[in-house]
Design a protein around this ligand. Structure first.
Ligand code: PEP
Ligand code: MG
Length: 941
């Protein structure tokens, strides 16, 4: 025990603790103390701090000897403030006992209400309230909660299913209601309740073998004990494991005077938010119920009433429902004044619980309220304008991923709650989509042209499927991971996509999809939630997005842009995507995957010719066809991004991706063979020759350009001719030619030679000068380890963290869906490493390469264009490493901008403290260099 203080009192306008003491008093206890100190009416009580929980478990479930006396002392103060006495036979005080950890763990631990009701105090309560029915109802609730929580669960009794004491008591209640022919508890008479109480007591004795305790102190001790015991209950342990809450934190226990919202027509209970949590409007929002206890509001048995008259609808009027503002204007005004004070004090939206006992208002809880993305943005900006918070706080208030809700269509969360998912996959492309199922890209195009929204379901997708994928509203695959083809392409378009839904079986021949015992046919409707990865049967409602019309969003983004150090570029392959990304705030292109351009209908024949010819001349002929098309592609990109840098990557994928697969149907092969003017046999032979056992580690990346330099030359020429044309129009563009998959510096050196030769040629031919740069992707461990050498030959690096993750872990990026769910469930991995960078493994390679490169060239330009560029946690990491920019798909650009600003507010940018940065004195440089390299080697960073 750190101190001798074991109990913290609160009540009247006094409190031993305050709001800053969450670690000691738990969230609930700290806020109750804080509210008391603010003079807000809170039923008096005391908090037993979290370190008593730790003591209890460290000492074989024993308490410190002095605890009892301190509890008695605090209880005296509670009695004085409330004017009632615990155990009194004339004016009894009843207590609630509740848990309260540092971090909220909703529903995970136990609560017992009405402690102190015994055969002695019951008559006094009846006398005091003049309400016999109420007193018996309170007694019934005490017996239910206490026997379940204290006498059964905390005692470690594990009943068989449906044999728990709570269930058995509920049977008694149900039998009574049936016997009396009534539906609701509220219709039970006093006599009914008296009988129920007698039956309950007998049942407790029969099932648990002990009498229900008739002593107030025994009840209080039992309650406190049960809360501490529930910290190690299975439910709480599972929740902690999922949320990463350490067991040593412990829980606090709050013992508080009971106030009753169920004492009759002048009593009520309710919950409220200081601003509307679904719209963000600065308007009081909440619900209340006359003559009820807290659990009745949550249980949803009765329709709760709105607080404000403005929220009363015609439907409410029909049901005769009244607002609190109308029913009790004085209490409403008091509550409204409290909400204003709480917001001013906490400087954030509060979620409160309150009770009105015989017309007197009591606050039972306050905490920071949860909100959706749209309202988070609105509240942050409006609170800034109101002067409640500063700019930095406003930026930190919105989770970057919440911006998805403003950028993409969403499944209506209210409706989603009422539906059970059919199954789940990996959330590859956020947003929501509803549509008719089809199982082939061609059918997707046909059906979509009829105007129906389509969901394209495939085992996995390939580049040939893109037209069908584009036509679909959502994409679903049973295989693949977060950087599989489907995921990359869908994310680039801002399209909803779920991959690796491995419980789903697709039968292409029968055009069906089976999940469990349900089979869906082509044309059946399904709904995808790409943000969560959940799949639903039928049509769920979606909500449209329109960020351009949202002034609050624009304000927040401009605040973020002022603070960030990292630049944000986009991964785009077309002028259209690039223009969209510009509108979303991209500052250049970090990756143009040129191979995506080759799948357009007008060029796939030429690229196939290129692959199928053996001769240099044949290849030249095919390339000559591709050149003008590529030049046009690049001109469009440069136009859309004029004034910014544009990174164009040379051809990367294995060539077989451009041909039908080996097991394609004869028909499919014949179509291509006819197109190429060769026989099916010849085509099959070539496809077979290109077959690789491990294509991701095969003939791809710069290995293609090194074995067929004419491809590199054609692409370089197209890039430079496009740059020349744009320059002639008087616009500035700095093309960055990027060589993929370099593992050895000589691979880059060789490619560089061809690129430089083309630049010279084009400048001379077109009589124009322009700047350009040559750099490389860093996406292999060997490239990271030898980054110093490679940097000597490059003008920039862009980390390809998709391939770097694949090659560092040795996890196939296309097959991770088969084992990742198991890894996540069993906590072998915390996150999908293809979605959020593995900081201690892959991230350290990035860091090491960055340090080595900047050791060679102080201002060396470093970016990242793997999928991690749009992941908020990864963005923070790249900021700390000191990269110059992140690059991500267009719809993630705003997310990366906000994440980069938050990173800048929380952490120093690695580049500014880089040991090799100019301006530091040499000795310090050396010292930091040694330390940094040491930390890279030892993994201590
Ligand atoms: C990467 O590997 O991270 C990358 C951006 O390239 P691609 O995804 O096209 O392989
Ligand atoms: Mg790559």
């Amino acid at each position: 025990m750190g101190s001798d203080k074991m109990v913290y009192f609160f009540g009247g306008s006094e409190a031993d603790g305050d709001g800053s003491m969450k670690n000691t008093l738990g969230g609930k206890g700290a806020n109750l103390a804080e509210m008391c100190s603010l003079g807000i009416p809170v039923p008096a009580g005391f908090t037993i701090p979290t370190d008593i929980c730790t003591y209890y478990y460290d000492h074989g479930r024993q308490y410190p000897p002095a605890l009892d006396d301190q509890i008695k002392g605090a209880l005296k103060r509670v009695e004085a403030v409330m004017g009632r006495e615990f155990g009194s036979t004339s004016n009894p005080l009843l207590l609630s006992v509740r848990s309260g950890a540092r971090q909220s763990m909703p529903g995970m631990m136990e609560t017992v209400l009405n402690i102190g009701l015994t055969s002695k105090t019951l008559p006094a309560l009846i006398q005091q309230t003049g309400n016999e029915r109420f007193a018996y109802d309170a007694y019934r609730r005490l017996i239910t909660m206490y026997s379940d929580v204290v006498m059964e669960k905390a005692a470690g009794i594990e009943p068989e299913e449906d044999k728990g004491i709570r269930t058995q008591l509920e049977h008694i209640l149900d039998a009574k209601k049936e016997q009396r022919g009534i539906k609701f508890d509220k219709d039970l008479t006093t006599e009914d309740l008296k009988d129920i109480v007698a039956q309950y007591k007998a049942k407790v004795k029969e099932v648990l073998g002990t009498e229900f305790p008739d002593d107030e102190w025994a009840q209080l001790k039992g309650g406190i004990n049960a809360v501490f015991a529930s910290w190690m209950g299975k439910r709480a342990q599972d929740y902690r494991r999922l949320e990463g809450i350490p067991a040593k934190w412990g829980t606090a226990v709050n013992v508080q005077a009971m106030v009753f919202g169920n004492m009759g027509e002048k009593s009520a209970t309710g919950v409220a938010f200081s601003r509307n949590p679904s719209t963000g409007e600065n308007a009081f929002y909440g619900e209340w119920l006359v003559d009820a206890q807290g659990e009745d509001v949550v249980a949803g048995i009765r329709t709760p009433n709105p607080l404000r008259s403005a929220d009363i609808t015609d439907e409410h009027r029909k049901l005769g429902i009244e607002s609190l503002e109308e029913a009790n204007p004085a209490v409403y005004a008091e509550l409204d004044a409290i909400r204003v004070r709480l917001e001013k004090h906490y400087k954030d939206m509060q979620d409160v619980e309150f009770t009105i006992e015989n017309g007197v208002l009591w606050m039972l809880q306050t905490r920071v309220g949860k909100r959706n993305g749209v309202s988070a943005v609105r509240m942050a900006v409006e609170m800034l304008k109101e002067g409640l918070i500063d700019e930095e706080t406003a930026i930190m208030r919105v989770k970057p991923s919440q911006l998805n809700e403003l950028l993409l269509p969403m499944i209506d969360p209210v409706e989603e709650k009422n539906h059970k998912p059919l199954t789940e996959g990996l959330p590859a492309g956020p947003g929501g989509a509803v549509g008719k199922l089809v199982f082939s890209p061609t059918r997707a195009e046909e059906q979509a042209s009829g105007g129906d929204p389509i969901i394209l379901a495939r085992i996995e997708t390939s580049p040939e499927d893109v037209a069908g994928m584009k036509a679909a509203s959502g994409i679903l695959t049973s295989r693949g991971g977060m950087t599989s083809h489907a995921a990359l392409v869908a994310r680039g378009w801002g399209k909803c996509c779920i991959v690796g839904a491995s419980e789903m079986r697709i039968n292409y021949a029968e055009r069906t999809m089976t999940i469990g015992d349900k089979t869906f046919k082509e044309g059946d409707f399904v709904t995808l939630n790409g943000t969560k990865g959940t799949i639903y049967e039928g049509k769920l409602k979606t909500l449209e997005a329109n960020p351009d019309a949202n002034e609050n969003y624009k304000t927040l983004m401009s605040l973020a842009d002022k603070k960030r150090v990292l630049k944000v570029r986009t991964n785009s392959d077309t002028g259209e995507d690039a223009s969209r990304a510009r509108r979303l705030g991209a500052e250049g292109i970090g990756l143009c995957r040129t191979e995506h351009m080759f799948f357009e209908e007008d060029r796939i024949p030429a690229i196939r010719k290129l692959i199928l010819t053996d001769t240099h001349e044949g290849r030249q002929e095919a390339l000559a066809k591709l050149l003008p098309l590529q030049r046009k592609d690049f001109e469009e990109l440069f136009e859309a991004m004029a004034g910014f840098q544009v990174t164009i990557r040379l051809l990367d994928p294995p060539l077989h991706e451009f041909l039908p697969p080996e097991d394609a149907s004869e028909e499919a092969k014949k179509e291509v063979a006819d197109q190429m003017g060769i026989s099916v046999k010849e085509l099959s032979k070539r496809i077979h020759a290109l077959h690789e056992n491990n294509p991701m580690l095969g003939h791809r990346g710069c290995r293609l350009g090194n074995s067929m330099p004419e491809i590199t030359e054609m692409q370089a020429r197209a890039i430079f001719e496009a740059a020349a044309n744009i320059t002639k129009k008087g616009k500035t563009i700095i093309p960055e030619v990027m060589v993929p998959l370099v593992g050895h510096v000589n691979e880059l050196k060789n490619q560089k030679k061809h690129i430089q030769r083309m630049a010279k040629l084009v400048m001379a031919e077109m009589d124009v000068e322009f700047e350009y740069q040559i750099g490389t992707m860093i996406e292999l461990p060997r490239a990271c380890v030898t980054a110093g050498h490679i940097a000597e030959e490059a003008e920039f690096f862009s980390f390809g963290t998709n391939d770097l993750t694949q090659t560092t872990f040795g996890f196939s990026r296309d097959d991770i869906g088969s084992f990742l769910p198991n890894y996540l469930e069993n906590k072998i991995l915390e996150n999908d490493p293809f979605a959020s960078i593995d900081q201690e493994g892959v991230g350290q390679l990035v860091r090491m390469a960055a340090i080595s490169a900047r050791a060679k060239k102080h201002d060396f330009k470093l970016g990242i264009c793997g999928e991690h560029g749009g992941d908020p946690d990864s963005v923070v990491f790249f900021h700390r490493v000191g990269l110059n920019y992140v690059s991500c798909s267009p719809f993630r650009v705003p997310i990366a901008r906000l994440a980069a600003a938050q990173a800048a507010l929380k952490h120093e940018h690695g580049g500014l403290t880089n040991p090799f940065a100019a301006g530091k004195d040499a000795a310090k440089n050396l010292g930091e260099k040694v330390r940094d390299i040491f930390s890279v080697l030892t993994g201590k960073h």
